[in-house]
Design a protein around this ligand. Structure first.
Ligand SMILES: [Zn+2]
Ligand SMILES: [Zn+2]
Length: 150
């Protein structure tokens, strides 16, 4: 690792520490590891996927799950269920005006999940939706490029 890469990692750790502390939680090594992994992810990850990466670092599955719950309760992480009864977790962007509520695309063939962070569920749509009920997920289904071309 070069010096500047090392600096980037230290900056990232400092930023995460501050986020965790500002949320009122104690900054433990498990929370730090979970946040670090989620901030690198480009799509929501399951508890199993996280555990697979963090168990070799010395955290047990129960610890990973408990800390995921704590971070979710503290609004640092959002939890989504995309129709397969599996919770997926992703970092909540504090600057996101839509409060992390972006659509997700799920490939019905391989299960790959993609965030549609730039697709906006605008105010008037939100209003109409509110008349029907409380929207918890916006889900798009289809065949991803890889599966669709096979
Ligand atoms: Zn696919
Ligand atoms: Zn997402």
């Amino acid at each position: 690792m070069t010096n500047s890469e090392q600096d980037a990692v230290l900056d990232e750790v400092a930023a995460i520490r501050e986020l965790i502390r500002n949320s009122g939680l104690r900054c433990t090594s498990a929370r730090l590891a979970v946040m670090q992994r989620l901030r690198q992810a480009e799509s929501p990850v399951t508890h199993a996927e996280l555990a697979e990466e963090l168990v070799p670092l010395g955290f047990d599955k129960a610890t990973v799950f408990r800390n995921l719950s704590d971070l979710t309760d503290a609004d640092l992480v959002t939890r989504t269920e995309l129709g397969d009864h599996v919770w997926r977790f992703e970092i909540r962007d504090p600057d996101d005006p839509h409060e992390g509520k972006h659509p997700h695309f799920v490939c019905v063939d391989c299960g790959q999940v993609t965030c549609f962070s730039d697709v906006v569920f605008d105010k008037s749509t939100q209003k109409r939706a509110n008349r029907i009920g409380r929207v918890t997920e916006i889900l798009l289904k289809g065949h991803c490029r890889e599966c669709g071309s096979a």
